[in-house]
Ligand binder design. Structure first.
Ligand SMILES: Nc1nc2c(ncn2[C@@H]2O[C@H](COP(=O)(O)OP(=O)(O)O)[C@@H](O)[C@H]2O)c(=O)[nH]1
Ligand SMILES: [Mg+2]
Length: 394
């Protein structure tokens, strides 16, 4: 950790600033692989928040690129910088909640760390809430005077328009951008309801608005939404999809957990694929097997095995994209390892599936309902284990 003399001088200024008066504002920056954005982000905050007593909290999910190390390195020379390094955890919403709960500042803001959100808006947002006039300020990509041109993602802009209209109905607050990830509120407001927030996905502002009972007075700030500075987006699940997941989570998530519902839906598609492949194999090779010296259910076992392998790979891919988008495995190594772990998990499920369904066929069941019984058995097992073993911490 090399600290230059100009950095030391900066540190002295920072220490003086911290000592001068009580903390006014905490800025929470959830990070995953944002190492190159950390230093520049602190610089921009320092510029934007001159005259305000602030701290910044990086909530990093143990990024492989060393984001936490970078934050701690800068924290040594600037006590306003803090870092929470979460091990074995992933997720923007839960990171934001933990960051917000970790500060003593009376007011807390959440922003992206990739420079898409302009910190220059913070003083105005702070003033709106600190004055007591509003409960939440947030930066909208779609308010009058805002722009999203620099974003370069017209697909995501469009999707947001549709999601917003539904969101406004749900929360009863007319916001132009309820999916915004840049907002500021009194820490107490957050803390009072933190235990009721879902912490799933990344629509945390929407979650807060839908959860807090008292109607919140919301002040909108037009945001010039920039392109990401360094690194790549982690959250490219579509906004509409994310939004539907959020709605489900709020309404039914307590009855059937959101992840299980997603896993089950993906599984249902997998089952359709499974049955199609099975039918295809029986159709193509059934006659050949019947003529061979193999036992009469050999074609069925062969079909079930092929169908299970294909459906398993399909389910792994879709669960990685959608169900576990917030913990998505990326890059050849992690994906291959994840696939192998998923395969291992499913192998036991598959044994139960093939065993049970074959037994049913033996006692005279029709092959298709027998296969469905096998699939249901396997999917409960697969969810229970893969949520821990593949996408979680075992
Ligand atoms: N702690 C944490 N931060 C995350 C996670 N996923 C995304 N982020 C951060 O959330 C912010 C927004 O993510 P980004 O990938 O830019 O999403 P996009 O702007 O919607 O493309 C960035 O600061 C990311 O580093 C995560 O799983 N954990
Ligand atoms: Mg971003």
């Amino acid at each position: 950790m090399n600290i230059t003399s100009s950095e030391l001088a900066q540190a002295a200024d920072a220490v003086n600033a911290v000592a001068a008066r009580p903390l006014q504002l905490a800025v929470v920056l959830p990070t995953y692989n944002e190492r190159k954005n950390v230093a520049t982000m602190i610089e921009r905050l320092d510029k934007a928040l001159s005259g305000i007593a602030w701290e910044v909290i990086f909530v990093d999910d143990n990024s492989p690129d060393g984001t936490s190390d970078e934050a701690r390195r800068l924290s040594l020379i600037d006590p306003r910088v803090r870092c929470i390094q979460r091990i074995g955890r992933r997720g923007l919403a839960s990171a934001a909640i933990e960051g917000m709960c970790s500060t003593s500042a009376p007011i807390v803001a959440v922003m992206d760390a990739d420079h898409q959100h302009d910190p220059a808006l913070l003083p105005g947002m702070l003033e709106a809430v600190a004055s007591g006039e509003y409960d939440i300020s947030y930066a909208s990509r779609f308010a009058e005077g805002a722009s999203t041109e620099a974003w370069g993602r017209p697909d995501r802009v469009k999707a947001s328009g549709l999601a917003n209209r539904i969101a406004n109905k749900v929360t009863g607050v007319a916001l132009t951008d309820p999916m915004s990830g840049f907002f500021l509120l009194r820490t107490q407001t957050l803390r009072a309801d933190a235990h009721r927030l879902s912490g799933v996905g990344f629509k945390i502002l929407l979650d807060i608005l839908a959860t807090v009972d008292a109607p919140l007075r919301v002040k909108e700030f037009p945001l010039n939404f920039a392109a990401r500075a360094e690194g790549e987006s982690k959250l490219d699940r579509t906004v509409v999809f994310e939004f539907l997941v959020g709605l489900y989570d709020k309404w039914l998530g307590r009855i059937i957990p959101t992840r299980f519902a997603l896993f089950g839906t993906v599984g249902a598609f997998g089952a359709v694929l499974h049955m199609t492949v099975l039918a295809l194999v029986l159709h193509l090779f059934g006659a050949q097997f019947a003529l061979s010296h193999y036992p009469k259910e050999a074609a069925f076992i062969f079909g079930q095995t092929i169908a299970s392998l294909i459906a398993m790979t399909f389910n792994f891919a879709l669960n990685n994209e959608l169900t576990y988008a917030d913990k998505r495995l990326r890059g050849f190594g992690p994906v291959a390892r994840g696939w192998a772990q998923f395969a291992l998990t499913c192998a036991f499920g598959m044994l139960a599936n093939i065993g049970a369904s074959t037994a049913l066929v033996r006692v005279g069941f029709h092959p298709y309902p027998a296969a469905i019984v096998g699939i249901v058995l396997a999917s409960v097992w697969n969810f229970a284990l893969s949520s821990k073993f593949v996408w979680g911490k075992y």
